[in-house]
Design a protein around this ligand. Structure first.
Ligand code: PLP
Length: 382
């Protein structure tokens, strides 16, 4: 258990909640979940499914109608031919990370992953006894993973490359050229898999989402991870999926049989409605995120010692705080305890996150403005 990591967001949330219990007013910019409610049509579909008896076990890989719907959705949005047999539905998308790493990566092998990046990648790679090899994401490269690093770090022991676009925590988005260059690095390596975390594929502000799976020869090597948590504001429902070659999908489903048995069945029926029903609500949420992005980026750039690039996707900003003279942990504690603003230190996402904070803008414009005002005063008063 000593090799297993965690997600600091939950720890900061606990600290912030403890302060609230003492009567402090806290603005929450630490948590990565949409503040919107799940769209009504999706909730109604779940109620209908409950009343129709979807209250029992289902197949480990997921209900066939949902697997079919996901296969159609992925085929359309990624420009590939995905088959229902290649889909595994899981309680949230996170188990796809856990299961695919568990299924594919052996002790002593190496996994390349973005740093700063979602902390669970490094945690699970360590847990299976493999070696996590960080690929630094640089601000001067708009936090896009640089294919040159991939080429430099790839060895005979490399078993997997993890990609995340749009990226948490930086908002970086990989271009088709980036993906082509990464695909070239593994063109002659049938033993290397790509775990492509595309959970923020629909929350994108400039350009369009591209999946490495759509490049020539890459579909068989790629595990697409996606889900409903972020796009449809369904974090608490726990509904996600992976799309991967059929033999691997069977193994991942077997891991599911050994752990969760299956994903909650009435939730899965709601997932069908999410993908097939009206997309007006997710579009409205995205438009709102776009407005908030403008407010938070310009507000942060007006604070002395802080500079902030515009994220191209997801709902996080990753401002550079080196001009404040504080390290990221000190500053995040200062903001929590002295200003009532909960944010995450960049190092919660790996060592290359030093010098940055992560702020989620999944909060109202009113609260974002309140937080900016408090941060500005707290940084200048120090
Ligand atoms: N991947 C990334 C990059 C995330 O930020 C998150 C959640 O924060 C997930 C995956 C997990 O999503 P889910 O809630 O569907 O398990």
């Amino acid at each position: 258990m000593q090799t297993l990591g965690t997600e600091t967001a939950f720890e900061v949330l606990a600290k912030a909640k403890a302060l609230e219990k003492l009567g402090k007013d806290i603005v929450h910019l630490e948590i990565g979940e949409p503040d919107f409610d799940t769209p009504k049509n999706i909730k109604e579909a779940a109620v209908k499914a409950l009343n129709a008896g979807y209250t029992h076990y289902g197949p480990s890989a997921g209900i066939p109608e949902l697997r079919e719907t996901i296969a159609q959705y992925i085929s359309k949005t990624r420009g590939i031919k995905a088959d229902p047999d290649e889909v595994v539905v899981t309680p949230g998308a996170k188990p796809i990370m856990f299961f695919s790493i568990l299924a594919l990566v052996n002790p002593g092998e190496e996994v390349l992953y973005p740093n700063p990046g979602f902390p669970i990648y490094e945690s699970v790679v360590n847990f299976v006894g493999a070696k996590p090899v960080p690929i630094p994401l640089k601000e001067e490269n708009d936090f896009r993973l640089d294919p040159e690093y991939v080429e430099e770090k790839i060895t005979k022991k490399t078993k997997m490359i993890i990609l995340n676009s749009p990226e948490n925590p930086t908002g970086g988005v990989l271009t088709r050229d980036d993906l082509k260059a990464i695909a070239d690095c593994v063109a002659d390596r049938d033993d290397v898999f790509v775990l492509s975390d595309e959970i923020y594929s629909r929350i994108i502000y400039e350009g369009t989402h591209e999946s490495i799976a759509s490049l020539s020869g890459m579909k068989e090597k790629t595990i697409i991870l996606d889900g409903f948590s972020k796009t449809y504001a369904m974090t608490g429902w726990r509904l996600g999926y992976g799309v991967m070659r059929k033999d691997l999908a069977q193994k991942v489903a077997q891991l599911q049989t050994n752990s969760n048995s299956c994903t909650c069945t009435f939730t899965q029926m709601a997932g069908i409605e999410a993908l097939k029903g009206s997309q007006a609500e997710p579009e409205r949420m995205d438009a709102e995120f776009k407005k908030r992005r403008e407010v938070i980026v310009s507000g942060l750039n007006n604070i002395k010692g802080i500079t902030c690039k515009k994220p191209r996707g997801a709902f996080y900003v990753f401002p550079n705080i080196t001009g404040t003279g504080m390290d990221c942990r000190k500053l995040s504690d200062h903001l929590l305890y002295n200003a009532g603003v909960a944010v995450l230190p960049g190092t919660s996402f790996g060592k290359y996150g030093e010098g940055y904070l992560r702020l989620s803008f999944a909060n109202s414009i009113e609260n974002i403005k309140k937080a900016l005002d408090r941060i500005s005063k707290a940084v200048e008063k120090r």
